[in-house]
Structure formats: C-alpha cells, structure tokens
Write a protein that binds this ligand. Structure first.
Ligand code: ZN
Length: 238
C-alpha cells in the first residue's frame, strides 16, 4: 500500500497540483492539516482533496478559518488571511473544515497537525517531543505537520537532528514520527513543495520535493489582496 502524505498546503493550488502530478497513483492520500490559511485558493484546494478522497485532520489555520478559534494567537498578517478565507469559503466548506478530527488513526499511523500532546499548536522539532507524542499514540507511527520542515524522528535510534534527505527510503521501524514538510509554504530555505510517500508493505518512508511555478501563486496572492509577505517568502521557502 502506497500512501501520499502531505501537510500545510495553505491554499496553494499550483503547488498541490505539482505534488499530485509527481506523486502519481496512490492507495491513499493523507493530509496533516493547515489545508487553508495564507494562500490564494482555499476552495479549489478543498475541492481537489475531496475529489482525491483525501483523509484530512484539522490544523490551527483550518480551525481559525472554520470557527474563529484561537484567531488571537495568530500574527496580524496570518489573522488577516484567515479572516479573508472565512469570507471566501461557503458555509458548506467551513462546515467541512469545522468537522475535521484533531487526530485520526489509520493503517497503524496516527495523523495530527502539531503533536498528540497538543494536536493544533505544538511544534515537534526534536527527538524528545517526538517521543512524547509516540508515547501517547495507540499506533506504531505518527504523521504530523505544522513546522513546515520535513523531518523524521525514530524511537530507539541515535539522537538525530531530524532533517531528512530526499528520494531514498527510510525504515519506519521500530516507531517513527514523521513530518512531510509543507506543500504550500515551505520554511526550510527550499522553495520547492514538500511531500512524503509511505510504503506500508516495505515499512518505509521516502521524502520528496516538487518544483512548481511559485510565481503563479505569488501573482494570485497579490491579486486576491492577501498580505504580500505570503507571496514574497515563497521565493525563498522561508
Ligand atoms: Zn501551517
């Protein structure tokens, strides 16, 4: 079973289309939250994920757009973008976001946005916080997003910085906490869209990057009147 894992699409349709094209056919598509927020095309991104029968969990931006929850915790441009998305989305689209679970167990993997200690807000950036989530998981492995940095932490392995290489399979065993990185707003200094593929039969994960026409997304962000910072940073992946 081959599973595409994506996160933090942030309404960047051009980046999502590039990732799905590179990904090719998969048996399942998992989305670790923050499907909306920041970007120009929240409705089209949601529609494409529904069409692809993706499995989604809620991110902090999804909750803020759907319900206004924790909007006061966002920096001013992020809050401004979330309020614009609130206006752009239909009631049905907001209801769909509001109904997303904070955690979801599937195929011996728990999906969440931040962590299992704090599904919406914790940033897992080191082996210790990854281990704390795995300790709470009823499944062997955990997939999350939120940091916008692809990473892999494995229980029992040597302490490692968590940063990953691309196009080579890593074993999941014995237990793995992985983050595919961000499709639509990468923040690791690489402007390409990030995603991962889990091969459940081989018990491996492989990380990938896709080049996409970020100039097109930048133009759409400016055209729709979103804060310019969300366009500018796409050039640098920061
Ligand atoms: Zn995010």
């Amino acid at each position: 079973m081959r599973i595409g894992v994506v996160s933090d699409i942030h309404a960047n349709l051009v980046a999502l289309e590039a990732v799905l094209a590179d990904l090719g056919p998969v048996d399942a598509l998992w989305v670790c939250g923050d499907t909306v927020g920041y970007g120009p095309d929240p409705s089209d991104v949601l529609a494409l994920l529904v069409e692809r029968k993706a499995t989604l969990v809620a991110g902090n931006h999804d909750r803020a757009v759907a319900t206004g929850e924790d909007l006061e915790l966002f920096n001013p441009p992020a809050a401004a973008a979330a309020k614009m998305h609130q206006r752009w989305l239909s009631a049905a689209e907001r209801d769909m976001l509001a109904a997303l679970p904070r955690t979801l167990e599937t195929s011996d993997v728990t999906l969440c946005h931040g962590s299992l200690r704090d599904p919406l807000w914790e940033y897992v950036t080191n082996p210790k916080s990854a281990a704390a989530s795995l300790a709470l998981a009823k499944t062997s492995h955990c997939c999350a997003g939120h940091t916008h940095v692809p990473s892999l932490f494995r229980a029992g392995s040597e302490p490692q910085p968590g940063r990953v290489g691309y196009e080579m399979p890593y074993p999941l065993a014995p237990r793995a906490f992985l983050n595919p990185g961000s499709v639509g707003q990468p923040r690791d200094g690489d402007p390409r869209a990030a995603y991962a593929v889990i091969d459940l039969g081989a018990a491996t994960v492989t990380f990938h990057r896709s080049t996409y026409r970020f100039g097109e997304t930048q133009r759409r962000i400016r055209d729709r009147g979103l804060p310019a910072i969300f366009a500018d940073r796409l050039s640098f992946g920061l």
